[in-house]
Write a protein that binds this ligand. Structure first.
Ligand code: SAH
Length: 474
């Protein structure tokens, strides 16, 4: 099995510095399943091509019990396509040979690490289980020009038609490390098999190599499913983490998920009721300066701007893209100067202290807490209640018990795939009362939406008031 990567960047041999492999040498590496050779069939200033040749040892595979997975018959253990095709073995090899490159380190050419280079990768044979469409679906959204030649199942019998083996070429001007990461994740996805048992640490590998591009890939679910061998819990974990708190590019997955949540809740126009309830609570607090923490695309900000009582409004979100949308939807650049001065958007994570958030009369935290990883809650509590310490906090979150009332929501599911948890009323109360007690606040609760006699309302709201808050707001 052969993978070749060619560049016409000048001087082309500079990719040797990125790969940490000298273009003048052939190097051979022993891997658990066989050997990998790295060499450069072409290496001059105009054009440089590196080749990774894998020699998979099928007998060794059986001895080491690292054969293709599943209950294969005994002959299949020995006679299989693994030595000839690109598969998860290639990913293991890429990781062993080029992890420094994938991690983006180069001592000699640091400036080239993030430089888009004209690159063309050719995989001599890849099983594409899912057809050429799948190739397009996987690589086109990443910007590649994709070309594939299908190999006939058997050259002696052309009437049998093509098999799933293809020679695949991917071309794009892109930083080399991105290309390597894409190949690392997507080769086993094409093959739809893995030669080893897939456990939770595979999620870490997927995130390590996929973090900065997989989150907003339109086929991310299929990619995660195949990469994690259809282990649903792992897939969910991966997708949640891709969209999550510890994600340097949380923008990626957010928007689409939000629409799913809206779709589920639409019959109730719950969002409208929620914003109304939060706005009313903020107004009633007498606040003039207010934070909207996790403001998203600015639903509440619009209402706050519409209420003259609020003279200083700050929207905070971890997602840069959400903030951009908020700015566009609120038409901030076209507001009259006086209005414009009332509102600021800033990027920030709610689990970190931010001196710019101290000294406000009130804060709204609407449908955000359930997006935080439970181990991060104490950091959030301290940053909000101990450090920013607004006079009033209005916080809403779904009531999990209500989910059974939504026909469109499968039993046991959460409303939004990014939700780390959804609390019942008792759980929410428990958390809120403990937190209020710990930080010197009083708390009360109000239902939002249809208050079902059995399961309660779809959304629950807590209003915290600081014990030492002056009667008159600042
Ligand atoms: N409050 C808005 C958006 C709710 S969606 C509304 O009700 O319409 C949740 C929002 O919280 C998303 O915009 C997400 O980017 C943001 N978010 C999630 N984790 C966050 C964190 N740790 N810090 C700041 N914002 C976060």
């Amino acid at each position: 099995m052969l993978l070749e990567i060619e560049t016409t960047y000048a001087p082309a041999t500079d990719i040797g510095y990125l790969l940490h492999k000298n273009p003048a040498r052939l190097q051979t590496f022993d891997l658990s399943f066989g050997r990998a050779h790295v060499y450069y069939p072409v290496a001059d200033a105009e054009r440089c091509r590196v080749a990774v040749l894998l020699e998979v040892d099928p007998i060794g595979l059986v001895r080491n019990r690292r054969g293709p997975s599943g209950n294969r018959r005994s002959l299949d253990q020995y006679v299989n396509d693994r030595p000839y095709v690109a598969s998860s073995f290639m990913s293991v090899a890429l990781n062993a040979l080029f992890s420094t490159a994938m991690n983006g380190r180069s001592k000699e050419r640091p400036e080239l690490v993030e430089t888009p280079l004209p690159l063309r990768a050719t995989l001599s044979v890849v099983p594409v289980r899912g057809g050429v469409d799948l190739l397009e679906r996987l690589f086109a959204p990443l910007g590649y020009e994709v070309a594939a030649t299908a190999h006939p199942l058997d050259e002696q019998f052309p009437e049998w038609g093509p098999g799933h083996y293809h020679t695949v070429t991917l071309a794009q001007t892109i930083p080399l490390r991105h290309l390597l990461r894409h190949l690392y994740v997507l080769i086993p996805v094409l093959d739809n098999d893995k030669h080893y048992w897939v456990g939770p640490d595979e999620v870490d590998k997927l995130l390590a190599r996929g973090r900065d591009w997989l989150g907003d890939h339109p086929a991310r679910e299929q990619i995660a499913d195949r990469y994690l061998k259809y282990r649903r819990r792992l897939t969910r974990d991966a997708l949640a983490r891709l969209a999550g708190d510890d994600d340097p590019d949380p923008d990626a997955t957010g928007a689409q998920r939000d629409h799913e949540e809206e779709r589920i809740e639409r019959p109730l126009r719950l969002n409208t009721q929620r914003m109304g309830a939060v706005l009313a609570a903020l107004k009633a607090s007498g606040a003039r300066s207010v934070l909207d923490l996790g403001c998203g695309e600015g639903n509440l900000l619009r209402d706050l701007l519409g209420a003259r009582q609020f003279t200083r409004i700050v929207g905070v979100d971890v997602s840069h893209r959400a903030l951009e949308r908020a700015a566009a939807r609120l038409k901030l650049d076209r507001l009259p100067e006086k209005q414009r001065q009332r509102i600021t958007l800033r990027q920030g994570a709610l689990t970190y202290r931010d001196a710019g958030l101290a000294g406000f009369d009130a804060a709204a935290v609407v449908e955000v807490i359930e997006h935080l990883d439970p181990p991060r809650l104490p950091a959030f509590e301290r940053a909000l209640f101990a450090f920013a310490r607004p006079g009033t906090v209005v916080l809403t979150t779904p009531n999990r018990a209500y989910n059974v009332r939504w026909d469109s929501l499968p039993g046991g599911a959460l409303r939004h795939r990014d939700h780390r948890f959804e609390w019942t009323r008792a759980e929410f109360r428990g958390w809120a009362e403990r937190t209020a007690g710990a930080f010197g606040y009083a708390v009360r609760f109000l239902p939002i939406g249809d208050d079902d006699p059995e399961v309660g309302p779809p959304t629950q709201m807590a209003i915290f008031e600081r014990n030492d808050a002056e009667d008159a707001p600042r």
